[in-house]
Design a protein around this ligand. Sequence first.
Ligand code: SAM
Length: 290
Amino acid sequence: MAAEAKQTCYEGCAVDSFQFYLERSGEHAAVLKGVQNLLPEEYKRIGAGKTSLDVLGVGSGGGEMDVQLLSLLKSTFPTVPITSCIVEGSSSLTDNFKALVAKTAELQSIPFSWHIMHSEDYEKQVKAKGDIKKFDFIHMIQMIYYVDDLQETIKFFQSLLKKNGRLMIVVESANSGWDILWKTYKKELCVGSIQEYRSSGEVVACLKSLGLKYEEHLIPQSFDITDCFDPSSEPGARLASFMTGTDRFHESFSLEIRAGMLDLLRNKCSTEKDGRVFFNGNMSCILIHA
Ligand SMILES: C[S@@+](CC[C@H](N)C(=O)[O-])C[C@H]1O[C@@H](n2cnc3c(N)ncnc32)[C@H](O)[C@@H]1O
């Protein structure tokens, strides 16, 4: 199967690289701040008059964001029973997620069902069973890059929404540093787990072509990539490796390509302040209606 051949799900050193990136970038804090501004009102609309709430997380990784989203939902509707279903292809990140749930007191009343598989396989399984479980809130945070077919994935998960439900997609923004880097160096970068780079521009174009109602909100984010420009810096090489989707930045590209990428990172994808280089890691939170 194509998804397995591409190995989109994080295992082994991809997990370490992702954890390192999360620590250096502060991405989770930025996503949390962005969604905390939006979700309290959104949750009230989603849950109005309901006697139970079902949540689906797709590509949840270690669950750090899920735990926050569920805790917020629980505090909005303290007496309404909530269930949580997770579709995540990485077994090691799912183990981390389970450990996090076990130590989070607010979540002890929420039953979890775990589907350790690609979203494409979940879709096949649901369709084959015929008994289609629907959800009030579905989220896909920083994972849409990895699905085989963008349009099919959005269409399928949107079709799982209950009345007043929302599908939330968090994705790198059009014209962010990520979008500029990955589109300029498409030939060199789109050869591994990401074969077709997508920013919010592609997601929004897809929503328009499907005729779905949505709102897009900016999640501002930037992080210090100064170390990437020091060829002897190990953390700089690790960060550049994650940002280019490679195991080892210095060994993966020719000197000329590396120099071009670093020049682009500094001059087109970042701003400089007090001698430090800050990468534009802006994201979008797209809320799609049922
Ligand atoms: C960048 S991480 C984001 C994880 C988490 N949402 C977060 O924000 O911390 C992408 C996640 O998507 C998972 N993933 C990639 N392709 C997938 C697929 N087709 N179906 C389900 N999960 C997938 C990876 O294993 C990884 O956990």
